[in-house]
Design a protein around this ligand. Structure first.
Ligand SMILES: [Zn+2]
Ligand SMILES: [Zn+2]
Length: 428
């Protein structure tokens, strides 16, 4: 029989990855709460048209990367390629636009895109993100950036993290700028890559951050020089708020977002990982999206962090989660099973340094030798041997497996010895 493998572009998240994921998710949850966000869990799939409306029919995501399927009733569905559309849908579906327009919601979970798999890029990838509705002030933009930095910092990622920020204008000034840029690109059509030529009409802004091998458009007109008065004021205030708390952002005049609903502030977060500076998250203001999905005019700002990417960056910086000592309870001889069983249960109620050390038990059907092997492959730090002979004296053997030391101690003292960090003297 051939064994099954995980589908192309997916993987099991195990070991260090899973610990990095959990650390980020836990810390993020705490930071979101501190900023007044509530958690929301939306479905992993939605009606397909939600994404074609929100993300746009002409984007790569919707055109080429969505996992589309029909349910048994023939309804077109899609695995979510991103998190924002579902949260906006929920915001409207629950009537929060009426009852609580200034809601802040955060989410975490897997997203799905049929991209070409490459290092750090998966077809099922994990994101954590926040959406802040109903606040048109630049302070919401600035606060969002602070929150992102807080989340990364409490998860342990600070070194080399860069925040690139730009304003991409609004529905008043962007169309004017778009025409200016279009004219510029038309004049250089022969230099542009195939993708950019195709985009001139639909999405000329993307030519500015083209990853193709066309020439650098160094003299291209920039949005920053074409912002309307309101957008300029908004940008300046956001920047001055960030400066007032010494937030280390960088202006990135060529940073754009592929999606039309973004307005004004957009940002990208990068971190060093395996030799290159990788994008680990992005966000911005999207004052147009709630209306696009059938709601009232509602300002909003949000972001998403790629958990896979952050975990990669954490590991590139040598992240190792603090080790919790593991305790293995072995048994040997008649009448030892109930004692070992009860002891393991008791040890599982203790907390050391704010965390509960894992406690595992050897199987009563296995030889002592097999139990030692199990303790070893499990990575046990301590082994408590409940043996028939010692038990007659009310004792057990406590082995420090890291230092190869052992000692016979009263059964009643095991927890004290393990959890008060009393060291065992070598008796070998
Ligand atoms: Zn504007
Ligand atoms: Zn290009």
């Amino acid at each position: 029989m051939t064994r099954s493998s995980a589908p192309r572009g997916t993987r099991d998240i195990v070991d260090l990855d899973v610990r990095a994921f959990r650390r980020l998710e836990e810390r993020a949850g705490e930071r979101f709460a501190a900023y007044g966000y509530e958690e929301i869990r939306t479905p992993s799939f939605e009606n397909a048209d939600l994404f074609s409306r929100a993300v746009g029919d002409t984007t790569d995501i919707v055109e080429k990367e969505m996992y589309l399927f029909e349910d048994r009733g023939g309804r077109p569905l899609a695995l979510r390629p991103e998190g924002t559309a579902g949260v906006v849908r929920a915001y409207l579906e629950h009537g929060w636009d009426q009852t609580c327009p200034t809601k802040k919601l955060w989410y975490g979970g897997p997203m799905f895109r049929a991209e070409r798999p490459q290092a750090g890029r998966y077809r099922e990838f994990w994101q954590i993100g926040g959406e802040c509705f109903g606040n048109p002030s630049p302070q919401a933009d600035a606060e969002t950036l602070l929150l992102v930095r807080d989340i990364l910092a409490t998860a342990g990622l600070t070194n080399g993290v860069r925040f690139l920020v730009n304003s991409i204008g609004c529905s008043v000034c962007r169309p004017v700028y778009r025409d200016v840029l279009k004219n510029y690109l038309e004049a250089r059509k022969s230099d542009l890559c195939e993708n950019c030529v195709r985009r001139i009409d639909r999405n000329p802004l993307r030519a500015l951050d083209c990853k193709g091998d066309g020439p650098r458009l160094d003299d291209a007109p920039l949005m920053a020089d074409h912002l309307c008065e309101a957008c300029r004021l908004h940008r300046d205030e956001a920047y001055s708020l960030l400066q007032s708390v010494s937030f280390p952002f960088e202006e990135a005049p060529r940073l754009v977002r592929g999606l039309d609903y973004y307005t004004r502030t957009v940002f990208e977060v990068t971190a060093p990982s395996q030799g290159s500076q990788d994008s680990i998250g992005a966000g911005g203001r999207y004052d147009g999206l709630v209306k696009l999905l059938g709601g009232p005019e509602t300002p909003a700002v949000g972001f998403a962090l790629g958990i896979d990417r952050v975990a990669r960056a954490l590991q590139a910086q040598g992240f190792t989660p603090p080790a919790v000592p593991k305790i293995f309870v072995a048994q040997a001889g008649i009448g030892t099973t109930p004692v070992a069983f009860t002891l393991a249960q008791k040890l599982r109620t203790f907390v050391e340094g704010g965390r509960m050390p894992p406690v595992e038990m050897g199987a009563s059907t296995k030889s002592l030798k097999a139990q030692f092997r199990a303790a070893d492959s499990w990575g046990a730090d301590w082994l408590v041997l409940v043996g028939e002979e010692e038990l007659k004296k009310g004792n057990v053997v406590l082995k420090d497996l890291r230092r190869h030391a052992q000692e016979e101690i009263p059964l009643a003292q095991v927890a004290d010895r393990l959890f008060n960090r009393v060291s065992v003297e070598p008796k070998l």
